[in-house]
Ligand binder design. Structure first.
Ligand SMILES: [Mn+2]
Length: 425
């Protein structure tokens, strides 16, 4: 493993939380992610399902977890691949049962071939059957995922049982982070910070955006990250305007701003950061006006993140503050605000969410109506995008909600325009 061993106690606690939320006499099946075909005989690099990792710590394909409170003596049963030397010579070692126990804290381990027989027996004794599914409302895919097929089968086979999706229970558990998880997000954030500090003094006019990506990737991998938590955005000039630009194939031009939205993934935990800086190391006065406008909003919103409010609450505040900054920047006039059309006037310059949950996924589980509690982790990312001036500014940190407010995982990472300029010279 690239990361330090995570105490199996975390996964024991996580399973306990899910079990406590299940109604009496329930059993749940959670699948590992399938290997996603790439081309020919190759697969994309393997990424474990976040739910499966949360409950087991196991990063291996073809694994299944059963959680049950229908049989008092059995709470977690793990199914893994049988270790076969002839397969291992090609694919590398697979987990032994003892290793799987050490990682997950689960003592009852079977080979995957035995899943159907054991599950039938457990399902038969249960009143409620739960299947796991990635229920991110923004996921659009036509792929026939094994968990989807399993859910359909369940419905056909056990018509007399109550069948439910586990997603709401998983969300309720995953949304508040345990101290072990917070430490992993801190590590992912520390690696992300280091990459930014490494990049700043190396940026030069004439470099390609992907050369910055190369420094970033090198720093992430060198420090034990899996790699990028999401495809990094490294844009300059006009492309800073495009929110999800990931081609990263343009030359850095003197006088342009660079926008980097990036984050490492450590032990499957994400961090998320955005910084903007000038190619030549000096903001123009106009660029600084834009930058400081967004920075003021960032600081004010970060200060409002605390237990008791929702993301939707501070989304409204953000829009209000950005509207005022747009007046100052001369991009909006009072009359534009009064004569609003279908969308409010600021929407032309700020059109995205200011915050999302962060955890095992960069866009982690949780709705924007959720009332924040200590242990939740969110992004804070206001921005202003002006097509006419080739300028997109976004400033983003990963933030922990604490008892008395919030804590910024990015801490002392340069954020003032002058600090950034200093680091570039
Ligand atoms: Mn983000």
């Amino acid at each position: 493993m690239r990361y330090n061993t995570i105490p199996s106690q975390l996964f024991v606690k996580n399973r306990q939380k899910v079990l406590e939320k299940l109604p009496e006499c329930s059993s749940a099946v959670i699948f590992s992610n399938p290997q996603m075909p790439k081309n020919g005989d190759e697969f994309h690099p393997y990424r474990q399902s976040s739910d499966f990792f949360y409950l087991t710590g196991i990063v291996q394909e073809k694994s299944i977890l059963i959680l049950t409170n229908a049989l008092p003596e059995k709470q977690a049963i793990l199914f893994i691949l049988e270790q076969k030397p002839e397969l291992e010579q090609w694919e590398g070692r697979k987990l032994t049962n003892a290793e799987a126990t050490e990682i997950s804290g689960i003592t009852e381990i079977h080979f995957i071939e035995n899943f159907n027989a054991i599950w039938d027996e457990i399902a038969n004794k249960s009143d409620h059957l739960f299947y796991s599914q990635n229920c991110n409302p923004r996921l659009k895919t036509d792929l026939l995922l094994p968990e989807k097929l399993f859910a359909e089968e369940l419905g056909k086979k056990w018509q007399n049982k109550d069948i439910q999706c586990l997603a709401n229970i998983m969300t309720a558990c995953r949304i508040v982070k345990e101290p072990e998880e917070i430490a992993l997000i801190q590590k992912a954030s520390d690696i992300t910070k280091e990459a930014f500090l490494e990049i700043l003094p190396q940026v030069k006019h004439g470099m390609y955006e992907y050369e910055i990506e190369a420094i970033m990737t090198s720093c992430f991998i060198r420090n034990g990250a899996n790699g990028h938590a999401f495809e990094p955005i490294i844009s300059n000039g006009r492309n800073t305007y495009y929110l999800h630009y990931i081609k990263n194939d343009q030359i850095l031009q003197n006088g342009n701003l660079i926008l980097m939205d990036f984050g490492s993934e450590y032990a499957n935990y994400a961090s998320d950061c955005t910084r903007v800086f000038p190619v030549n190391g000096r903001f123009t006065p106009r660029q600084k006006e834009f930058y400081n406008a967004v920075l003021r909003v960032f600081k004010q919103i970060r200060a409002t993140i605390r237990p008791g409010i929702t993301i939707n609450d501070y989304q409204k505040t953000t829009c209000q503050l950005i509207q005022e900054e747009l007046l100052t920047l001369g991009l909006l006039k009072q009359s534009d605000i009064l004569n609003r059309g279908e969308k409010p006037a600021y929407f032309k310059y700020f059109m995205h969410g200011v915050s999302h949950f962060i955890g095992l996924d960069t866009h982690d589980v949780g709705e924007k109506t959720e009332i924040l509690r200590p242990g939740m982790v969110v992004s804070c990312e206001p921005g202003i995008y002006c097509f006419e001036e080739n300028t997109g500014i976004r400033i983003e940190d990963t933030i922990l909600v604490t008892e008395d407010g919030s804590y910024d995982f990015m801490g002392t990472l340069p954020i003032e325009a002058e600090e950034i300029e200093m680091r570039m010279h």
